[in-house]
Design a protein around this ligand. Structure first.
Ligand code: NDP
Length: 247
């Protein structure tokens, strides 16, 4: 599996799963655009780590929660690297609270980043990929989007929305060698899950047949599988990387 000559954009590539995806794609030979919202230092570090693997890489600051910003991001990447072959819609936030106490602003923030951001980036990237007649789009959904989870109604809605978006876009874009797939992680050790109370972590571990959390690299390998040129006949699929959690 080689991605030499490919250009990848990973939203939220500065840390966690996004960083692992950047490094895996770089290891396979792709040039990498590392998007981030606020963490410039982490994004620069990720880009530098990619460069040490022998590929071109650069950090791009953009809050993906707006159509104009996403359009500008895709254009900037296209200008810098000349093309865009792989889009990984990874940027995400979670603002957890029970339905009865949840704030509208938290719902908006979650949907704006996780679902609308992914939608806007996909729309802008698809324009480039349709002209190229080639593309690989991968979304980060979640087991929570498939099965729900108390305290995560907004997050679950955003991640379930991603699944519909994946399948509809897969059907629209298939004719031009553009595949669209989703990876649905379970419990992965990153900053996002580090803040969970110990009780919640223990409860989650109890639902994982493998008996342990996953690592960002576990997810990155699944993303790279969908991103490969050889995966041309696989589209509209959802792959759980969850140690058996959703089975
Ligand atoms: P982290 O919280 O560790 O990292 C989030 C990343 O998203 C950071 O790079 C952050 O950039 C970026 N980001 C956040 N908001 C925006 C925004 N508005 N615009 C651009 N970038 C943004 O998350 P994880 O690595 O854990 O999660 C990555 C993805 O995987 C998310 O979509 C998440 O929902 C999903 N996922 C994670 C699971 C887990 O167990 N960890 C399980 C299932 C799904 P910055 O540093 O600049 O803020």
């Amino acid at each position: 599996m080689s991605m030499e000559g490919n250009v990848a954009l990973v939203t939220g590539g500065s840390r966690g799963i996004g960083r692992a995806v950047c490094l895996e794609l770089a290891r396979l030979g792709a040039s990498v655009a590392v998007n981030y919202a606020g963490g410039a230092q982490a994004a620069e570090e990720t880009a530098e780590l990619c460069r040490t693997l022998g590929v071109e890489a650069e950090a791009f600051q953009t809050d993906v929660a707006g159509p104009a910003a996403c359009e500008a991001l895709i254009q900037a990447v296209k200008e810098r690297f000349g093309r865009l072959d792989i889009l990984v819609n990874n940027a995400g936030v979670s603002r957890d609270s029970l339905l009865m106490t949840a704030k509208t602003e938290d719902f908006d923030k979650t949907l704006d980043t996780n679902l609308k951001g992914a939608y806007f980036c996909t729309k802008a990237a698809a324009k480039v990929m349709l002209r190229q007649k080639y593309g690989r789009i991968i979304f980060l959904s979640s087991v929570v989007g498939l099965r729900g989870n108390p305290g995560q109604t907004a997050y679950a809605a955003s991640k379930a929305g991603i699944l519909g978006l994946t399948k509809a876009a897969a059907k629209e874009l298939a004719g031009r060698d553009i595949t669209v797939n989703a990876v649905a992680p379970g419990y992965i050790e990153t900053d996002m899950t580090a803040v969970l109370p110990d009780k919640a972590k223990e409860a989650m571990l109890g639902t994982i047949p493998k008996g342990r959390p996953g690592a960002p690299e576990d997810v990155a390998r699944a993303v790279a599988f969908f991103a490969a040129p050889e995966s041309a006949y696989i589209t509209g699929q959802v792959l759980c990387v969850d140690g058996g959690m959703a089975v």
